[in-house]
Design a protein around this ligand. Structure first.
Ligand SMILES: Nc1nc2c(c(=O)[nH]1)N[C@H]1C(S)=C(S)[C@@H](COP(=O)(O)O)O[C@H]1N2
Ligand SMILES: [Mo]
Length: 328
């Protein structure tokens, strides 16, 4: 998350990144073309071909186009190489390149998510059951990090509300807390003291129930890369990226506002709400504009940051009457 060193990061310019046809990796495309040329394609049906996982890429996880309002932004998606190579996942190190390098040690099977607290139907959900709980949707969201950069990511998942409805929150459930994995054996960053582990986050109940709040299991039509929070993470596109907790192991329904990791680390800089807001600056830098990863060549212009990251029409009413400077 820190911060100034990020400014000096030599990110590859757009021309160095192989553009990826939205759903087809270049390597996979080459492989298919090669197979077609050799006549092998005649032996395998098109569907069977689609199941093949090319080396270096992950298993397919298709989703139907989401019908949720605001779920498909028209911005150009950030290249797969950047989405999976420039990450914040401090359990695997604080450098943007660390998670891609070190998260191979994360074991994502078996995996369970415990749901507890103020619900009528608490339980332990196996990842295979979560994957089947509701139809997978493809959603293209902007993601704005509090550090001043952004991406556009095609996620695969379904609304967190689908899970919440099934566990039947009681009237005392006012907030939801997300607890993520903290295992020293698998996560080299957890041995360091940068944050108090486990990484925890929280949402108000109405935020958690909002249809844009996504329980994500994959991206770019494939299962979630470890460095992006496999096997299951949260995505709240109108909030700064750190609200989107990765590699979730517990979801707890509570009556009081829970403290989240970055709030605990520095409450002056990171509030509970952390809605993207170009008018409320971070104490150490402006939040008025952002650099879109992949557009950061020498002459690239910064983009103006949008209120609620461009999702104001969908989420603005959740904060009607609230002083957003006070509840930052
Ligand atoms: N468990 C955990 N979740 C986390 C983080 C983290 O360090 N640990 N970093 C957050 C931050 S600061 C951002 S910007 C996003 C980055 O998600 P991405 O790497 O998939 O783009 O994950 C968030 N979720
Ligand atoms: Mo972030």
């Amino acid at each position: 998350m820190h911060l100034l060193k990020d400014r000096g990061f030599q990110h590859p310019v757009a021309s160095e990144i192989t553009p990826q046809g939205l759903w087809l990796g270049r390597r996979e495309w080459l492989q298919r073309t090669a197979l077609a040329g050799s006549g092998l394609a005649a032996m395998a049906s098109r569907d069977a071909m689609a199941q093949v996982t090319p080396p270096g890429r992950l298993a397919k996880l298709p989703g139907i186009k989401s019908g949720v309002a605001g779920a498909m932004v028209m911005d150009k998606a950030t290249a797969y190489a950047d989405v999976t190579g420039y990450n914040n996942f401090y359990e695997f190190g604080t450098d943007k390149a660390d998670p891609a390098r070190t998260a191979g040690s994360l074991k994502t099977r078996p995996w369970t998510v415990t749901v507890e607290g103020e619900v009528r139907k608490p339980g332990v959900f196996g990842i295979e059951d979560l994957l089947k709980l509701s139809p997978m949707e493809e959603r293209i969201y902007r993601m704005r990090c509090v550090e001043g950069w952004s991406m556009v990511i095609p996620w695969i998942g379904y609304s967190l509300a689908e899970l919440i409805k099934r566990v039947e929150p009681t009237g005392n459930a006012k907030f939801v807390q997300f607890v993520t994995l903290a295992d020293k054996a698998q996560m080299p960053g957890v041995r360091s003291g940068v944050l108090d582990w486990p990484y925890v986050e929280g949402l108000r109940m109405d935020e958690a129930m909002h249809p844009l709040t996504l329980l994500a299991f994959g991206l770019y039509g494939e299962v979630m890369p470890n460095q992006n929070g496999a096997p299951v993470r949260l995505v709240t596109p109108w909030k700064y990226g750190f609200k989107s907790a990765k590699s979730i192991v517990k979801i707890r329904f509570v009556d009081k506002q829970p403290v989240s990791s970055w709030e605990r680390a520095n409450v002056q800089e990171y509030g509970f709400y952390s809605n993207v807001n170009p008018q409320v600056d971070h104490p150490r830098w402006s939040q008025a504009s952002e650099r879109r990863i992949g557009e950061d060549g020498l002459f690239a212009k910064k983009r103006p940051t949008l209120m609620f990251n461009g999702y104001e029409a969908q989420v603005g009413q959740l904060y009607a009457g609230m002083d957003l400077k006070k509840f930052y």
